[in-house]
Design a protein around this ligand. Structure first.
Ligand code: TMP
Length: 220
């Protein structure tokens, strides 16, 4: 059985990842593949506890950038070994909402941690497990801020407070700049999609990018 495909979605808050990842999953399932949807931080029981600590716990105000970096990668080390490697070996198509480019963008560029140290911690967490394709949904800062405001009011109370979303504008500018640098450094793996377009157009662009790289059903 051929190895599965590992696809990651990246972008700033409100870039439309959550909507698009579900749409892509439906398309891929419709042609007969097994699809697994994951998210980071999280995606395993241990990872979901770490996610709560990172994002919503009322005790997380004092968290340092270094602790944040390590927790992100603790969650990642777990999901890579518990889920991603076995699923790829079983031929599944994995769609993951964020992966290590988020760490480079948020902890490296955003929190301004040393980029070489960030890289070596990511390498320790993932080993040889790297995405085959990364879809970077690019949206201007105003679109991101507006989508975030409208999403916020629809969330249950316990999820409304999010440590990341409390960061200041300059932090998000550094994250956005970081994504630009990351995408420019790896144009073969990272495909930049204009996420400010209507949902159906973004979905069509993503499908045009992914369809040609999917393993062909029936030739196994
Ligand atoms: P989201 O699931 O709503 O995108 O929230 C995840 C948040 O965590 C988002 O603000 C980005 C942040 N994040 C990092 O800072 N570093 C990482 O490595 C990952 C995976 C996420």
């Amino acid at each position: 059985m051929p190895k599965g495909l590992f696809i990651t979605f990246e972008g700033t808050e409100g870039c439309g990842k959550s909507t698009q990842i579900k749409l892509l999953a439906e398309h891929i399932k419709a042609i007969g593949h097994r699809v697994r949807l994951l998210r980071e931080p999280g995606g395993t029981p241990i990872g979901e506890e770490i996610r709560h600590t990172l994002k919503h716990s009322k005790n997380n105000q004092a968290m340092t950038a270094e602790a944040e970096l390590l927790l992100m990668n603790a969650s990642r080390a777990q999901i890579v070994r518990e889920i991603i490697r076995p699923a790829l070996a079983a031929g599944e198509m994995i769609l993951c909402d964020r992966f290590y480019d988020s760490t480079t963008a948020y902890q490296g560029f955003g929190r301004e941690l040393d980029l070489e140290k960030v890289k070596s911690i990511i390498e320790f967490a993932v080993g040889e497990t790297k995405p085959d394709v990364t879809l970077f949904l690019h949206v201007p800062a105003e679109v991101s801020a507006e989508r975030l405001r409208s999403r916020q009011s629809t969330l249950p109370l316990e999820l409304q407070r999010d440590r990341f979303e409390e960061a200041d504008r300059k932090f998000f500018e550094r994250v956005a700049h970081g994504y630009g640098v990351i995408a420019a450094n790896e144009p073969k793996r990272i495909k930049v999609i204009n996420g400010a377009q209507p949902v159906e157009i973004v979905c069509a662009r993503i499908w045009e990018t992914i369809q040609p790289v999917l393993p062909k059903i029936g030739r196994w």
